[in-house]
Design a protein around this ligand. Structure first.
Ligand SMILES: NC(=O)C1=CN([C@@H]2O[C@H](COP(=O)(O)OP(=O)(O)OC[C@H]3O[C@@H](n4cnc5c(N)ncnc54)[C@H](O)[C@@H]3O)[C@@H](O)[C@H]2O)[C@H](O)CC1
Length: 487
């Protein structure tokens, strides 16, 4: 999916869009004329001209269909030979078409719809949303055509960004038809829901002050148990490349026992044997902070850190959960809980998050979400992320092709940067490090900071090779992406 838009991008659900329409001072007929005009302009671009081209419009019974009919008339005036059919009509198989305009249903789709068969490999322009796609979730509500392009009105709709949306909507254009969405969904940091863009990174990425010292952006990573040291190393490398001034790593204790590394060596608890940590990393034993069980009972020395990242190669078990819960209570710094820290905590972990005053960030993939919440996220990822944020009082970052970041106050940010390159082991550890660095550097709106960090992470991946991309390639690309995006 490509975006033709830059800057703060509101994202609306169909219900919110309906409320915007209802509150509009202009007559629907005027809005339909503008929407139809925008569709016609976009169609002419796809057709590469007007005179002699052939287009077919599938027009439904509502306003989406009305947009299509207006576009059909405007295209005829430009010499395009246009045919129109109802949403249920078949398209003549022998029609040598240059374009099909899908104006069957938009935000008003209320039951499954399967469009007629397309005559061959003809490009499709979808009006507002491909018909048969749920405008909120991007899930199937029928069997939509795969559009070459989608022209949507006033603002992006969440269904274009989530679920099957990115795969089925093609290139997305937002047409201004004179409607303001501000009254319904707010502006700036207060926007209910927004897509993060490159412009947002430039505006919001926290910068180091000219008189900064290293402790002003220190990150403390707790992870890298024997056999899993690579995870903490990726997080540490990423935090450094994203701008952390000081990176501390502490392995979790393996109290009263010795454990085996994956190459079969016995190791003592609390160390990082053979960890390929960046040379700048400071390794500190957790036991040195005074706990009888090897986990800290005070973090006085570490209160100087701006953010903790807990979970990357942490291992699981009751002792680990006890330790994480204690750290959450002890530290006044921002905390990112990732990977193993999310695996088995459930209600106890969520309660511990809810009691914190400082920022807490939870970064689950779907399996970790289920472990935390006792149920899978389901199709409605906006609602799933919001439920986790509300339950935990934390910022909930739900990983996926489009990352959904929700705050306990109901605001949501989306990032669709990155692609399947990121579907490889260790990229989540890198993301945790980038978020940790961003939180340690900044004092801005935490939701924006976390979402912008996810966007940087996705953008960085696009600088890597399409084949054979490894998480270890990513931290350096994060540094390069930040150089590009933050000026
Ligand atoms: N502000 C804007 O963005 C504007 C949007 N416009 C366009 O209007 C549609 C929304 O219009 P609405 O009439 O509410 O909905 P639809 O056109 O999607 O269709 C509703 C219509 O269809 C019936 N229906 C729903 N599902 C099915 C189905 N599977 N089979 C048969 N019939 C179905 C339903 O009962 C209704 O009767 C928006 O997407 C924009 O394209 C305006 O043009 C300008 C302002």
């Amino acid at each position: 999916m490509e975006w033709q838009t830059l800057g703060v991008e509101p994202v609306l659900t169909p219900d919110e869009m309906a409320a915007v329409d209802a509150a509009a001072s202009e007559r629907m007929g005027d809005l339909v004329q503008r929407a139809g005009g925008a569709v016609a302009r976009s169609a002419l671009g796809l057709l590469g001209g007007g005179y002699g081209r052939r287009a077919h419009v599938v027009a439904g019974p509502g306003n989406n269909g009305a947009d299509g009919r207006v576009a059909a008339e405007l295209l005829r005036r430009r010499g395009v030979r246009v045919s129109i059919g109802d949403h249920a009509d078949s398209i003549p198989a022998d029609a040598a078409l240059d374009l099909v305009i899908d104006a069957a249903f938009g935000t008003g789709l209320s039951r499954p719809y399967a469009p007629p068969d397309l005559p061959g490999d003809v490009p499709v322009l979808a009006v507002d949303i491909p018909s048969g796609l749920d405008g909120r979730t991007g899930g199937f509500c029928g069997a939509p055509w795969r559009a070459t392009a989608t022209i949507t009105f006033a603002a992006l709709k969440s269904g274009l960004l989530l679920g099957h949306g990115p795969e089925f909507c093609g290139r997305v254009e937002v047409a201004d038809i004179g409607l303001s969405v501000e009254a319904e969904v707010g502006t700036g940091d207060h926007l209910t829901r927004a897509l993060i863009t490159n412009g947002d990174v430039g505006r919001c990425w926290p910068r180091r002050a000219a008189d900064a010292h290293k402790w002003m952006s220190a990150v403390w990573i707790i992870g890298g148990a024997p056999g899993m040291t690579g995870a903490a190393a990726l997080t540490a490398e990423a935090a450094g490349r994203a701008g952390a001034g000081y990176v501390l790593v502490s392995a979790p204790p393996t109290v009263g026992s010795r454990s085996s590394t994956d190459d079969g060596r016995d190791v003592a608890g609390g160390h990082l044997p053979g960890a390929p940590l960046p040379v700048e990393t400071v390794v500190r034993s957790l036991a040195a902070t005074g706990g009888v069980d090897g986990w800290p009972h005070t973090v006085a020395d570490e209160q100087r850190v701006g953010a903790l990242v807990i979970g990357n190669g942490l291992g699981c078990g009751t002792l680990v959960l006890d330790g994480v819960v204690r750290l959450l209570a002890l530290s006044d710094a921002a905390v990112v809980l990732d990977a193993d820290a999310l695996g088995a905590g459930g209600a106890r972990l969520l309660d511990a998050c809810a009691h914190r005053r400082a920022t807490t960030v939870l970064t689950p993939h779907d399996g970790e979400y289920e472990a935390l919440m006792g149920e899978a996220p389901g199709d409605d990822r906006l609602a799933a992320a919001a439920r986790l944020a509300e339950r935990s009082g934390a910022i909930a970052l739900l990983k996926g092709p489009t990352t959904v970041v929700a705050a306990p106050d109901g605001r949501v940010r989306l990032s669709s940067a990155g692609d399947q390159r990121l579907a490889t082991a260790g990229t989540g550890d890198v993301l945790a490090g980038v978020i940790g660095a961003a939180l340690a550097l900044g004092e801005g709106d935490a939701l924006t900071t976390v979402a912008v960090a996810a966007h940087v992470h996705g953008t960085a991946a696009m600088g890597g090779p399409a084949t054979g991309f490894r998480a270890g390639d990513l931290p350096k690309l994060v540094g390069a992406a930040l150089d590009d995006l933050v000026r």
